[in-house]
Design a protein around this ligand. Structure first.
Ligand code: APR
Length: 317
């Protein structure tokens, strides 16, 4: 059993993380830090703690405005940041437009992790995903196997869901993967999409698949515009916990994550969504997928977009 999971940011995603960890009895302790006044994190944790008899779960939940609460954590999940939200004119910012504000928060987060949880495995969810995890990596100087971004599990889940609905089969029958950056350039890999082990094209027309893949790329924005305030929070939280479980139970599960690439897929020095084996040491291996020429081209475009925001990060000291 995991001794402690530290969660940074106790808003929509952080709140679901705490209650899911308690209901799954995934760790002995959860430490939640959120700077929001007066004692937001304490309140969030007390609310869940008071439900532990109902959950029949003995997970200890402690919340605080300060970072000591994550001390000694085995895992840290970072959700600190401003989410995308709809503007009064009905438009909403891209994930990249959150960069400036969320970078400042991220530097604060990195200092907290460095001081109190230097041995943790870090999973970052805050947006713009690829740039924030890159900044955390630069500040923390952790081994690349111990720091990763959560995007691919969620983007692939969205792709699987749309495929399952269109084919009118169980979501459990669908295998699908989305690679690249966690932005509008992400790349759903049709050649790796299967229903019951069979090529997806056997079930869904090309035109419908084109529409599904377009919807997948814009799926986060679709939720933002429906909610009117804030962005998706249940799906990102449970996606991050899938990664925690794969590592904590040493499943060696092939999972798409934003991983630091050192030459794989022709990329060096950036965090890009690729399939990896998650096991007890974190990222144990990066899996190469044979892509079609179109997919290769789309992935190169997505990597270029990730490089652009990562370069922005490097310009901000
Ligand atoms: N340390 C700790 N917590 C912080 C800090 C900080 N330095 N700065 C902000 N926070 C907290 C906020 O007080 C807020 O409660 O982070 C929380 C973020 O919660 P929400 O605003 O509800 O956002 P959420 O929907 O959970 O999304 C968080 O994940 O998916 C991404 O785009 C999303 O970047 C956003 C992040």
């Amino acid at each position: 059993m995991i001794n402690k999971i530290g969660i940074i940011g106790g808003g929509n995603i952080g709140g679901v993380l705490v209650s899911e960890i308690v209901s799954r009895r995934l760790a002995r302790n959860v430490g939640l830090v959120d700077v929001k006044e007066p004692e937001f994190a304490k309140g969030k944790c007390l609310d869940v703690a008071e439900a532990t008899p109902v959950f029949a779960s003995d997970v200890n939940c402690e919340g605080s405005k300060t970072y000591e609460v994550i001390e000694g954590a085995d895992f840290v999940i970072n959700t600190a940041g401003v989410p995308r939200t709809m503007r009064p004119d009905g438009t909403f910012p891209s994930r990249d437009e959150l960069l400036a504000i969320n970078l400042k928060i991220t530097d604060f987060v990195a200092a907290g992790i460095k001081k109190y949880a230097p041995n943790a495995i870090v999973i970052s969810i805050a947006n713009p995903l690829d740039a924030i995890v890159y900044r955390l990596f630069k500040k923390l100087k952790f081994k690349p196997s111990r720091i990763m971004g959560m995007a691919g599990v969620l983007d692939s889940a969205r792709y699987k869901y749309f495929v399952a609905r269109e084919a009118n089969v169980s979501v459990e029958n669908v295998e699908a993967v989305v690679l690249g950056g966690h932005g509008d350039t992400m790349v759903p890999i049709r050649s790796a999409c299967r229903i019951y082990g069979l090529p997806v094209e056997q079930f869904i027309s090309k035109a419908k698949l084109d529409a599904i893949e377009k919807r997948t790329r814009g799926a986060g924005g679709e939720v933002v515009s429906l909610l009117g305030s804030g962005s998706a929070f249940v799906s990102p939280a449970v996606s991050a916990l899938e990664m925690v479980e794969a590592i904590a139970f040493d499943k060696r599960k092939i999972t798409p994550v934003a991983a630091y690439l050192d030459g794989e897929y022709g990329v060096k020095g950036l965090f890009v969504g690729v399939p990896v084996i998650l096991g007890k040491n974190g990222i144990e291996e990066i899996i190469k997928i044979k892509l079609t020429p179109e997919e290769k081209k789309a992935l190169a475009g997505s990597v270029a977009a990730v490089k652009k925001t990562s370069d922005e990060v490097d310009k901000t000291k």
